[in-house]
Design a protein around this ligand. Structure first.
Ligand code: PPS
Ligand code: ADP
Length: 201
């Protein structure tokens, strides 16, 4: 894919990200949830969004299951397609954070290199990697969509954790034990957002 056309020139607009953040009364950021299928990414991200919304924070939740019905409906689960999925979502998340929102994204995002690509794009300080660490055996026992069962039966190929790799984060901003109570996990995430001065409330 072409990087960009040299004839396309960046245009600096008069309203800055700092001005937009001032209006929102909090900083823009990307909370990047990563973990196995069934680890709890959507559940925890959804509960955190609810808590933030109640605190008056402007949020948006990007979820793999939903984005793959629209923006990324042409993509499957090969390594190349997952990479493109994360690239597109990373760009959208970056734009939303630039708009001053606290973005929550819930994608398996199994490869370190792609998560690093999004980190570089969003920038240190704004990118918060959230590792939802739930053992494969627990995810498989939960199996809310019956996908692990299908993968074990050989009916679903390239399934993360079964016949496709998951590279755990080495230095996530926060490492959650995905077997703890959701309320406990939300308290840890709110603490981090306050400590990093993303939110003030
Ligand atoms: N082969 C394979 N591997 C993993 N997951 C699969 C696969 N096929 C379908 N699904 C369903 O798609 C959801 C993961 O989509 P993501 O966009 O998060 O995946 S990725 O980040 O591009 O790897 C994932 O949702 P979650 O369970 O919410 O993680 C699955 O429901
Ligand atoms: N902390 C938790 N403790 C117990 N069950 C959980 C927890 N988080 C999620 N679950 C349950 O695990 C299943 C998978 O959660 P989900 O959020 O869909 O995972 P993911 O988005 O990572 O695939 C759901 O049935 C959900 O209710």
């Amino acid at each position: 894919m072409a990087e960009h056309d040299e004839n396309v020139v960046w245009h600096a607009h008069p309203v800055t990200v700092e001005q937009r953040e001032k209006l929102h009364q909090h900083r823009g950021a990307v909370l990047w949830f990563t973990g196995l299928s069934g680890s709890g990414k959507s559940t925890v991200a959804g509960a955190l969004e609810e808590a933030l919304h109640q605190l008056g924070v402007s949020t948006y939740l990007l979820d793999g299951d939903n984005v793959r019905h629209g923006l990324c409906s042409d993509l499957g689960f090969s390594d190349a397609d997952r990479k493109e999925n994360i690239r597109r979502v990373g760009e959208v998340a970056n734009l939303m954070a630039d708009a001053g929102l606290v973005v929550l994204s819930a994608f398996i995002s199994p490869h370190r290199v792609e998560r690093q690509m999004v980190r570089d794009r969003v920038g240190e300080g704004r990118f918060i990697e959230v590792f939802v660490d739930t053992p494969l055996s627990i995810c498989e026992a939960r199996d809310p969509k019956g996908l692990y069962k299908k993968a074990r039966a050989g009916e679903l190929r390239n399934f993360t954790g079964i016949d496709s790799v998951y590279e755990a984060p080495e230095r996530p901003e926060i490492h959650l034990d995905g077997e703890q109570l959701v309320t406990n996990l939300i308290a840890q995430l709110l603490d981090l957002l306050r400590r990093d001065v993303i939110i003030k409330t």
